[in-house]
Design a protein around this ligand. Sequence first.
Ligand code: XMP
Length: 317
Amino acid sequence: DWTSDVFIDASIADLKAKIGSDKVVMGLSGGVDSSVAATLIHRAIGDQLICVFVDNGLLRKNEFEEVLDSYKHMGLNVIGVDAKQKFYDALAGVTDPEAKRKAIGNAFIEVFDEESNKLEGVKWLGQGTIYPDVIESISVKGPSATIKSHHNVGGLPDFMKLSVVEPLNTLFKDEVREVGRALEIVETIIGRHPFPGPGLGIRILGDVTAEKVRTLQEVDHIFIKGLKDHGLYDNVWQAGAMLLPIQSVGVMGDERTYEKVVALRAVGSVDGMTADWIHLPYEFLGKISNDIINKVKGVNRVVYDISSKPPATIEWE
Ligand code: XMP
């Protein structure tokens, strides 16, 4: 029978034997998988593991600071890299969804390569790959696919010449969470909704600017905090907001406004392959809509996405 304690003991012994006194570098995303994988490797080899957490400027409001803080509290040896401007530059004027993913993926590879080249004597690359990624289901558009397409383009980044260590590659998501809890990782990381690698970059339809990111971060923050405050967060598999590339007419006092529209999305799912929209209470949606329109400058209309996957997808891009 599978238990997290048995898995953890076996995995730590295995990692120790495999890695010995070598160094491992690993990129963290703030998500469940990379956090659990890093904690497990850290248990095995301590500060021989060096983690890199990149601020791509497309994370949720305050997420970089908060998650970096949690990682440090957990004792991880983590380097935080502010690369916001690099990503905004790479995204300037790019509107096609796949081109955006590629720009973000390539910028990440450059930043990560630069950071890992500063470290000496690293032999291994740690990854939070889980079993469904291995069987290529939810990760078809994921970072690994981005890296693969980069492969074919030409020169391999230096970090990719490292041997890969993936301690979670036999586990399903619920098992990863169980292992994470047994490792006493904070619930704010373990219970968190999935969040795409390209982040808010694919939730801002059309071109991405720093200002649009700030607007969407405020909207998203009101929505997600609202879900938590109303005890709805854990009933939802994934939620977020999309900033639409259109303006609509509104009225504020005696003034006519012509401002942005945001769409809220909350879905239930098991693995992201199919999903249903969640029937959030009308009162809740009404309150969140009011809060967003009152508090976020430049937004005068909120809509709720009631499409299921298929035929829609979870993300809008
Ligand atoms: P879709 O929009 O395809 O999303 O229904 C299914 C799940 O995958 C996530 N997603 C991504 N994750 N890189 C990622 O790491 C991506 O490019 C990407 N696109 C979608 C999405 O958030 C959902 O959980």
